[in-house]
Design a protein around this ligand. Structure first.
Ligand SMILES: NC(=O)CC[C@H](N)C(=O)O
Length: 200
């Protein structure tokens, strides 16, 4: 199975590294034809405005929307989660509209500046009892979700930081920067289900 990582900008190399450690063929996606034959796509962290603009120039946004709507598993981490949201409360004047695939409202840069980055042990529904070491870097928070989107994880104060909506997954934090690969294995599981359904 092949999993793509959008490689316009941001932390794509780290995701590729985790996938390769898990012996998954990982593809850097910069052109629309590289979206063919994927079992899943990861949209990494980085800078959401820049990433949206570049993906728009290379006409990737529309193709990702079409493929995700047809069932392709897509996982957005940090800036990638912002791209998946159907509403961004503080988008800024130069930010193109997001892909709008998930029924959730996100607030960018919700935890302060880059120096305020932090790591927490986060209980995550679906990943077992052991909390996940979640790394937050100038992260967005998820203000609200609407069905069919479902909350997978919240911080101790109730802030939503991970959401699943069918074939779509969003995390405010960076699982590719921790040594724990359970989130990547969870997404690979979604990709396996997708392939099995396609073959059936
Ligand atoms: N680590 C990240 O992906 C940060 C996201 C970035 N602050 C943005 O709003 O686009």
């Amino acid at each position: 199975m092949k999993i793509g990582v959008l490689a316009m900008q941001g932390a794509f190399a780290e995701h590729i590294g985790v996938l390769q450690r898990l012996e998954i063929e990982a593809v850097e996606v910069r052109k629309i034809d590289q979206l063919d034959d994927l079992a899943g796509l990861i949209i990494p962290g980085g800078e959401s405005t820049t990433m949206l603009k570049l993906a728009d120039i290379y006409r990737i946004n529309e193709t990702v929307k079409t493929k995700a709507s047809a069932g392709l598993p897509v996982w957005g981490t940090c800036a990638g989660a912002i791209l998946l949201a159907d509403e961004v409360t503080n988008a800024g004047p130069h930010m193109p509209v997001s892909l709008g695939l998930m029924r959730m409202t996100v607030r960018r840069n919700a935890f302060g500046r880059q120096v305020d980055s932090f790591e927490v042990k986060l209980p995550v529904a679906g990943l077992g009892c052991e909390p996940f070491p979640a790394v937050f870097i100038r992260a967005p928070l998820i203000e609200s979700v609407l069905p069919p989107a479902e909350v997978m994880a919240r911080l101790g104060n109730g802030t939503i930081v991970a959401v699943r909506q069918g074939n779509l997954l969003a995390t405010s934090f960076h699982p590719e920067l921790s040594l724990d690969d359970r989130f990547h294995r969870y997404f690979i599981g979604m990709a396996e289900t997708y392939l099995a359904q396609k073959r059936a």
